[in-house]
Design a protein around this ligand. Structure first.
Ligand SMILES: [Zn+2]
Length: 497
């Protein structure tokens, strides 16, 4: 079934997908003819180790290597190489030739001069499968390789390779190929094969293949006799369909714990891969996040972020779950009962309205301004069925400098210790990075007052009260005191002391 993979194997380094640093380094070595007698390629399956090994072999054996280091692709040896007919390129699968006899046999053959090319290249795939004795026999060849012999070892399990072998080889670690690179390659193959494929479907295939090009091509090949759509990928790969994702999203939106749990149970019984389902669901959440940002619906962001965190946690835990459905069930229970993930910021517990009472009526007459206490927290929202009915969280302060500056007076007001407040007010907000707020002080005295552990805790608590976010404060002494940049004047001097 791996016809596409063979057919679209790279014929030169330029065609190699991903692995740019490795490609650059190898080409440079080939260009300068600084070629090692033993290479070791390690990395996940399908990431191009064998393809690269073949390219290195081709370039070593080519009779007219290009100045770029690439094989010429047109000499007799290159042509034989491309059609797998070159006897001087030997590929050994260590998984089925793992014993000492096979390696001894290999050592015997190594001594003989090459038949057609000027050198012999041995590619030993899955080299970690060799027995200890076989490794020892191989080591002897690696220690004193004949001048015309080159080894390229490949493995998915580098930790199983003895140190003695590692120290004899030039090592390259192959990384998973990015989804973007895989999708681009699949698109190219689709167009060459005249097959039709939706980009979203190819993205899903790339995700499923988890950085392995061989798997991605093999999945694509299996499906591409008909137009490749997202639904087709879901259907054929036993992935939960997008309908299931929508259903779960609806259940969360209406806080329907039971509905969510039943859905997971059904998926599990139907044999769906829950990890893939979770990836698909995270994809949906991501899409909703993007939509919310584009449409400036900031009020739904905390909820969506929290759900994303919860299901991202679940995805990690699914891999080693004692009960297959448990991580998703926990995520659903937390999400529908507004219990944020342990790692997630406490975005929904915002008592922001406490410090932001509703405007009092400006008209004269009896004033019935509601007590601020009446609007603490999130108002109860009746469960609704539509996914868009996400209960709006009480408050959201986007973590950037301007927004924080605006909230600063409230933070000052929330500080109960006047001495701490006075000292802290002399600092100015220099930068906001993630949730790290850096304040600069021109006075060492005030810096030290603020830096006091008790003071720091009370200030961070004040931020939490106002922003509903856990922030971390960084305080520094400003060398040049006359930098007015970012100096925040407090309009209401909090002079109740
Ligand atoms: Zn050539």
């Amino acid at each position: 079934m791996a016809a596409f993979y063979r057919k679209y194997r790279p014929q030169n380094f330029e065609e190699l997908v991903g692995q740019t640093p490795i490609r650059v380094t190898l080409l440079e070595a080939l260009k300068q003819d600084r070629i090692s007698h033993a290479y070791l390629f390690s990395g996940p399956r399908g990431t191009g180790k064998t393809s690269t090994a073949r390219l290195v072999a081709k370039a070593i054996q080519c009779e007219a290597r290009l100045p770029s280091g690439e094989p010429c692709g047109t000499c007799e040896i290159c042509l034989l190489n491309a059609s797998n007919e070159l006897v001087d390129l030997v590929e050994v699968d260590a998984a089925s030739n793992r014993g000492i006899d096979e390696i001894r046999d290999l050592r015997e053959k190594i001594r003989f001069a090459p038949t057609r090319a000027k050198s012999k290249v041995y590619i030993i795939d899955e080299v970690h499968m060799l027995t200890k004795e076989a490794f020892n026999a191989l080591l002897k060849s690696l220690e004193e390789p004949p001048a015309h012999v080159f080894f390229i070892l490949a493995t998915t399990e580098i930790h199983k390779i003895p140190e003695t072998i590692l120290s004899r080889c030039q090592r390259y670690d192959f990384k998973r190929i990015s989804d973007r690179d895989i999708v681009a390659h699949l698109e190219a193959v689709a167009s060459k094969e005249g097959r039709s494929a939706d980009r979203a479907a190819l993205e899903l295939i790339a995700k499923t293949a988890d950085g392995g090009m061989r798997d991605a091509l093999s999945i694509f090949e299996q499906l591409s006799n008909e137009p490749v759509t997202v639904d087709l990928v879901h259907e054929r790969l036993g992935l939960a369909s997008s309908q299931h994702c929508d259903d779960l999203y609806g259940a969360l939106g209406s806080c329907d714990t039971q509905k969510g749990l039943l859905l997971i149970e059904r998926l599990h019984k139907e044999g769906a891969d829950l990890q893939q389902f979770t990836v698909a669901f995270l994809g949906l959440l991501r899409q909703k996040l993007h939509e919310a940002v584009e449409q400036k619906k900031v009020q739904v962001l905390p909820k969506l972020l929290d759900w994303t965190n919860l299901f991202d946690d679940a995805w990690i835990k699914l891999k080693r779950a004692s009960i297959a459905t448990l991580p998703l069930e926990i995520a659903i229970i937390r999400a529908t009962n507004t219990i944020p993930s342990e790692t997630a910021p406490a975005v929904n517990k915002a008592p922001l309205k406490l410090v932001d009472p509703p405007p009092a009526p400006s008209s004269v007459g009896p004033v019935h301004a509601p007590s601020p206490r009446m609007v603490i927290g999130t108002p109860e929202v009746a469960p609704r069925e539509v996914p868009t009915a996400i209960p709006e969280p009480a408050g959201l302060v986007v973590m950037h400098r301007e927004a924080i500056l605006q909230q600063l007076p409230k933070v000052y007001a929330a500080l109960s210790n006047p001495a701490v407040r006075v000292s802290f007010q002399t600092g100015h907000l220099k930068s906001v990075e993630d949730k790290k707020l850096t304040f600069c002080f021109s006075s060492e005295f005030h810096l030290n007052k603020t830096r006091d552990p008790e003071a720091l805790v009370s200030i961070e608590n004040a931020f939490k009260k106002v922003l509903a976010e856990d922030v971390k404060l960084f305080l520094e002494l400003e060398k040049i005191a006359d930098d007015p940049l970012g100096w925040e004047t407090v309009e209401e001097p909090l002079s109740n002391s």
